[in-house]
Design a protein around this ligand. Structure first.
Ligand SMILES: Cc1ncc(COP(=O)(O)O)c(C=O)c1O
Length: 425
């Protein structure tokens, strides 16, 4: 019976691919090995052909030929030019987003800015499903103000979601900042941002949302939701490239009130006057610090244009279909082999990746990578994350990856791999 179900699911994958309006976008990416199924675009997006060309152009024509003149030919204003493009993707107005530094550093700048803005308040609230780097940065930020500030952690009851009740109970009028990830990195749970913002604002707290796992994957409406600040990576669903710089958003009317703790010359008014006293630049530019990494910054631009062209609503529509199809395959074909679903079952509560749990999860992930040409990633203790990317993953690839995971377990192939994790999982 299961074999018939599996065959029917394969035919269905072919059908879904044949009516997929985004299918042609795959050709716009570099795909060197057709057997390799890439399921980790939620960690590092694929290289688009346009980004590859752009990098070559920046290196050879701009750096190579224009040299220092290139700063006045599009480099100096690139952080805000690209910031405005990202603003269009996240429901924010022009002049509210800038590309700079890493997500962790941006969080540090904003968290310290908030602590300094509210010296009379006492706490920052986050939760244990937030990305660990965010937790470390927040711990560091409060450690510098340890006599007055503390970090309060909300604990998830099921490891998949955080209930609204837990958030509301944690908030009080001593809270300066509430911060969380829009989409949880392990489970893929989508937080109800607007409800959380309303609850935080009711006690006068500001809200900072980490969009790393949602930007480029689903529509985001920061202004409409009333979000005060946001940060996010560009190397996941935005396909910006390894280590491409991150972005930060600050609500327009909050920008002049907040000060970055890093007073660098790119955030300085009239930096090229070389004055000796710091005076923050107006608007979102004040959150810049030092010289941006131009090569990796400019590679983001064509990748963003692909997403704009495909349309974020269309991307989300396909993503919901893909993750729902994957959940169906997990429930019907992998569950009998000891796999469980570590993500929300309802599509409206689920981002663009699906988490598969298994007691031998790490070994299975290794066998998939080393022997079966499937690249998922692994998050301790037992989570295999599968991230189909609507712009380049086909439905048949989803079916194939489940088929290969099934073979790994049925043949006991995973037994050959040690449970000792590698440095990068
Ligand atoms: C949700 C989230 N926040 C923050 C980070 C850290 O980003 P960065 O390395 O740019 O500081 C990551 C990295 O994967 C992430 O997934």
């Amino acid at each position: 019976m299961n074999n018939i179900k599996f065959e029917v699911a394969r035919v269905f994958a072919h059908y879904l691919d044949s009516v997929d309006e985004l299918a042609d976008y795959r050709q716009r990416f570099v795909v060197t090995d057709p057997r390799l199924i890439y399921m980790d675009g939620n960690s590092l997006g694929r290289l688009s052909k346009h980004s590859a060309l752009r990098i070559r152009q920046v290196v050879e024509e701009e750096w190579g030929a224009d040299l220092i003149r290139a700063w006045n030919r599009g480099w100096y204003d690139a952080p805000s030019r690209l910031g405005d493009k990202i603003a269009g993707l996240i429901g924010a107005g022009p002049g509210t987003v800038i590309i700079s530094d890493s997500t962790s550093v941006n969080l540090y700048k904003l968290a310290l800015g908030v602590i300094n803005l509210f010296p009379e308040r006492e706490q920052i609230i986050t939760d244990d499903m937030n990305f660990p780097s965010d937790l470390y940065v927040l711990q560091g930020a409060v450690a510098q103000n340890e006599n007055t500030y503390r970090l309060k952690m909300i604990h998830s009851e099921d490891g998949i979601r955080i209930s609204q009740g837990l958030v509301t109970n944690a908030l009080d009028d001593k809270t300066a900042l509430l911060t969380f990830s829009h989409v949880a990195f392990k489970s893929g749970y989508i937080y109800p941002v607007r409800k959380i913002v309303d609850a935080a604002h009711a006690v006068g707290a500001l809200v900072l949302v980490d969009l790393s796992h949602s930007v480029g994957a689903l529509p985001i409406y920061l202004s409409e939701w009333g979000v005060d600040m946001a940060i996010g990576c560009t190397y996941k669903h935005l396909n910006g490239g390894p280590g491409s710089p991150a972005f930060l958003y600050v609500r327009k009317d909050l920008q002049e009130k907040l000060l970055s703790p890093i007073w660098g010359w790119f955030g300085q008014q009239s930096a090229f006057d070389f004055g000796l006293e710091y005076a923050p630049r107006e608007g979102i530019h004040r959150f810049l610090a030092g010289t941006p990494p131009i090569l990796s910054l400019l590679a983001i631009e064509p990748a963003l244009e692909l997403i704009e062209e495909a349309g974020i609503v269309n991307i989300r529509k396909k993503s919901v279909l893909q993750t729902s199809y994957l959940v169906y395959l997990i429930d019907n074909l992998l569950a009998p082999l000891g796999f469980t679903l570590g993500s929300p079952r309802q599509p409206e509560e689920r981002g663009a990746h699906v988490t598969l749990q298994h007691p031998q999860g790490y070994q299975i992930a290794q066998a998939l990578i080393e022997q079966m040409s499937v690249l998922p990633d692994f998050r301790a203790p037992n989570n295999i994350r599968l991230g189909p990317a609507p712009l380049y993953t086909s439905f048949l690839e989803i079916w194939e990856s489940v088929d290969r995971a099934k073979q790994v377990v049925e043949t006991g192939m995973y037994d050959r791999y040690s449970g000792e994790p590698k440095v990068v999982t």
